[in-house]
Structure formats: C-alpha cells, structure tokens
Design a binder for this molecule. Structure first.
Ligand code: HEM
Length: 218
C-alpha cells in the first residue's frame, strides 16, 4: 500500500484478481457471448434472488448503524426488481419453481453470519452493488439483446432507475468507503471478507455452469 492510496483503491487492487475469476467463469463467458438459453439466464436470476433477500434483510437491520448505515440506500434495493424478473421468466408461480443451489445456500449462510458485523456487511454490499452498477450494466445490454426484453421486466435487476448518474453514485460510494475509520486490522478483515464474497459468488456461477451443456444454444 502506498501512502496516498485510498481505501477504495486498495480494496479494488487487493480483490481484482478475484473479480477476474468471477468474470471469467464459463457461465458468464457463455452468457456474455449470447450462448445461454433463457432458462439458463433465469437460473442466475433465481440464485441472485436468494442472495439479495439475505443481503437486503441484513441492510434493513443495519440502517441506523453509524458504520454500515450510510451504505444502505433504498435506490439500490434489488428484491422488487428480481421478483418482477422472476415472474417474467418463470410465470406467476415463480416462487414454487426456484430453489437455492448448494453454493447459494452457503453464500446466504455467510451473509447471515456476518450480518451483525458492519465491516463484513460492507464487504458483501460492495461486492454485489458496485458490480451491478459496473459490469452489471454490460450484462444488462447483453440480456436485453439476447432475450428480447423490452425494458418492462427480465433484466430489471440491472436497471437502477432511482440512480440517474451511475458514475457519480459510484464515486460517492467510494467516498463512503474512504470515510470508514478503519485501523489496519479492520481494513484487512474487510478486504479478506470481500475476497470471500467474490469466491462465494464465483462458486454460485461455477455451480450454474455445471448445467451449461443443458443451457447452451447453438
Ligand atoms: C460479465 C461479467 C463482468 C464484467 C464484464 C465486469 C466488468 C467490470 C468493470 C469494467 C468494472 C470497472 C468499472 C469501474 O471501475 O467503474 C467492474 C467493477 C466491479 N465489478 Fe465487475 N464485471 C463482471 C462481473 C462481476 C461479478 C460477477 C462481480 C461480483 C460478484 C463483480 C463485481 C465488481 C465490483 C465490486 C466492481 C467495483 C470495483 C471497484 O471499482 O472497486 N463484477 N466490473
């Protein structure tokens, strides 16, 4: 770490190889080149749903927390969008048609386990939402093109209507990371939890990828 490096810069640098691993999973690779069926895309949306229910429940409980509270913003909430996407993808009975995978259950268990540790919550919050506001926007374009979603639902998960300027929001998010008053031990713990959050996400994608032969379209 250099003297002038901010915590946001340090966090990104320390976890970027884990980001690459998540981004380069066979499933995301196939999805990004438009080779995954609608059913295969729906499986990722379903797994997201269980993780975001846990993440957003943890967030609600931390709203008044002086450390984690500033990260919890209603305009980030994804569960209502995921519900709309799942209804589009699976039909009205979507709740009966989706189940968390083993990897998602592990991921959700970890989110629940750290829910009363503000730094841990921030690690998971950062890994998902800053990703949704970044690479997620590329996934959105691919999903709209591949599955012909007309903007109503299907990829609403990636549509942050409450945030008109994503770039400015991400900058203010990094300001919030930099305003965290972490000593060296705490900083390392948050970074380690972010590495874990990436790994848990990668495992979810790897597990979906095991069914890739069923999901690939010509
Ligand atoms: C197709 C897959 C993906 C692509 C193309 C992609 C692309 C990108 C790009 C270009 C950035 C930099 C944006 C910026 O600096 O403003 C970024 C940032 C980020 N991505 Fe991804 N990403 C993908 C998947 C993921 C996944 C699966 C996760 C986590 C589960 C993730 C989490 C993040 C996070 C947390 C950041 C913010 C890093 C920072 O600036 O501190 N991404 N992504």
């Amino acid at each position: 770490m250099t003297e002038s490096e901010t915590f946001a810069e340090r966090l990104k640098k320390a976890t970027w190889s884990d980001h690459e691993e998540a981004e380069n999973t066979a499933y995301l690779d196939a999805l990004m080149s438009g080779r995954v069926s609608r059913e295969g895309y729906g499986e990722m949306v379903a797994q997201h749903y269980f993780a975001y229910v846990a993440l957003e429940e943890a967030g609600r409980a931390l709203t008044g927390d002086p450390v984690a509270g500033p990260f919890v913003s209603p305009e980030l909430e994804r569960v209502p969008s995921l519900e709309a996407d799942l209804e589009e993808l699976y039909g009205k009975d979507w709740r009966d048609r989706i189940t968390p995978s083993k990897s998602t259950s592990t991921y959700v268990a970890r989110i629940n386990q750290i829910a009363d540790w503000p730094g841990g919550f921030i690690a998971h919050h950062y890994t998902r939402y800053l990703g949704d506001l970044s690479g997620g926007q590329v996934i959105r374009k691919v999903a709209e093109r591949t599955y012909g979603f007309d903007g109503s639902a299907g990829a609403r998960f990636y549509d942050f209507t409450g945030i008109p300027d994503l770039k400015a929001f991400k900058e203010s998010y990094r300001d919030r990371l930099n305003a965290l008053d972490l000593d060296e031990v705490q900083a390392r713990r948050v970074i380690a939890e972010t590495v874990l959050a990436y790994q848990l996400n990668t495992e979810v994608l790897v597990e979906i990828g095991k069914r890739l032969p069923d999901y690939l379209v010509a």
